[in-house]
Design a protein around this ligand. Structure first.
Ligand code: MG
Length: 403
């Protein structure tokens, strides 16, 4: 044992987390990594996972990947990177109140969108269409594939060799068919819970909700910034409207038109706080009721990280508003149409000429097995940033679809 490790074990810093509740995921109780590794002397397993994710290539690419607005539409809109940081911030602050593992929450949050294609959901839908007959394309599975296989950074294994608990959180959704394939390839691994209909850890459950809270809030901000939705339209969203009124009541000068940006930010800030406190209250009550005595008992319980019924209803109204007025706005639809064409054209071009891809992917695609070839092409396209995909499309087709 490394002397520092011995000191830490004696001091109980890593193993005996008195700051964590019994239902937290304890690093010392981790189900481990697919390739066993010596523990790090100064970091828990989940800190180590978080650090590996931050240093990965896929993480850096998130800065040039679209959330809702394409990168070329403006520098101030959220990207997948800033979105992931906001999810981590919300997740950590709730985790600390619930006395569950903040580092695991941060690791899962930072990795949860690594498998997203360029051009947001438009890109994913197009790629899923291209992969029909080859198992389809699903971004949660792809996020797992990035950390398990596609990152090439270590001498002895593919991927980042993350702990079970971080991988469990990254695989948020999974069909039974895919879960069975994962289980066959890795018995007792992260696919099994979808077959047994079990929940993931509290830390993973929290990341899902923090993701929803984050995008609902920042899509209001980006939507208003873009001019596609207005403060007036948001009157039909009670969750936002009540905090806009509260902000105006406390700070009457925010009624001045010149102050509308500040009014927007203050209303979003109040809305975010209310949602955070709501999750903490509703989840604490559910934890008292279910009284899980370990992280594994959490997996056997019903979902425990939740909004109150009233907040769930209000959040659903907000989501519907954003869907109708922002995600389906004609201007957004027009760019997503072009983005989908880029993905479809790229896929078709690489099927014809796989050698046009980076050598590692070209080599994978050099096979008579159509599904293996298609998967190599999907991996290459999914890894692209928005602007690389647009440039590559122009190089291969001579058409410029996005400026
Ligand atoms: Mg997300």
């Amino acid at each position: 044992m490394h002397p520092l490790q011995a000191f830490i074990a004696v001091a109980g810093i890593l193993t005996n987390r008195a700051d964590l509740a019994v239902y937290a995921s304890l690093s010392a109780m981790s189900r481990g990594r697919r390739y066993p590794e010596v523990p790090a002397p100064t970091r828990t397993e989940y800190q180590r996972d978080r650090d590996r994710i931050v240093h990965s290539t896929a993480f850096r690419r998130l800065v040039y990947k679209t959330q809702v607005f394409l990168n070329h539409e403006g520098d101030l809109f959220r990207t997948r990177l800033t979105h992931s940081l906001e999810v981590a911030q919300l997740g950590r602050s709730i985790a600390r109140s619930l006395r569950i593992d903040e580092d695991l929450v941060e690791a899962i949050s930072l990795a949860h969108d690594l498998g997203h294609t360029p051009f947001g959901h438009a890109g994913q839908d197009a790629l899923h269409g291209c992969m029909a007959g080859h198992g389809g394309f699903e971004h949660n599975l792809q996020s797992l594939r990035v950390v398990d296989k596609l990152e090439e950074r270590y001498p002895l294994f593919d991927g980042l060799n993350l702990s079970f608990e971080t991988r469990e959180g990254i695989l948020k959704h999974c069909s039974r068919a895919h879960a069975q394939q994962l289980e066959d390839a890795e018995p007792g691994g992260v696919g099994g819970r979808f077959l047994r209909r079990e929940q993931p850890s509290l830390e993973a459950q929290l990341c899902n909700l923090a993701d929803e809270i984050a995008y609902n809030a920042h899509d209001i901000d980006d939507g208003v910034r873009s001019g596609l939705i207005t403060l007036a339209q948001l009157r039909e969203v009670p969750l936002f409207d009540q905090y806009r009124h509260a902000a105006q009541a406390t700070h009457p000068h925010l009624n001045d038109a010149a102050m509308h940006r500040r009014l927007l930010f203050e209303a979003i800030r109040l809305m975010l706080s209310a949602q955070v406190y709501d999750v903490i209250d509703a989840t604490s009550a559910a934890l008292v009721q279910a009284a899980p005595d370990s992280a594994d008992a959490v997996r056997q319980s019903a979902p425990l990280v939740m909004f109150s019924d009233a907040m769930r209803e209000q959040s659903t109204v907000l989501k519907r508003f954003l869907f109708k007025n922002l995600y389906r706005h004609p201007q957004v639809m027009e760019t997503t149409g072009r983005a989908q064409q880029i993905v479809r054209d790229l896929f078709a071009a690489y099927v014809q000429a796989p050698q046009e891809m980076n050598p590692a992917f070209a080599q994978q695609a050099n096979t008579s097995d159509g599904s293996v070839k298609a998967r190599a092409i999907a991996d290459f396209i999914a890894g692209m940033t928005d602007r690389f995909a647009a440039r590559e499309h122009e190089r291969l087709t001579g058409q410029r679809l996005l400026d």
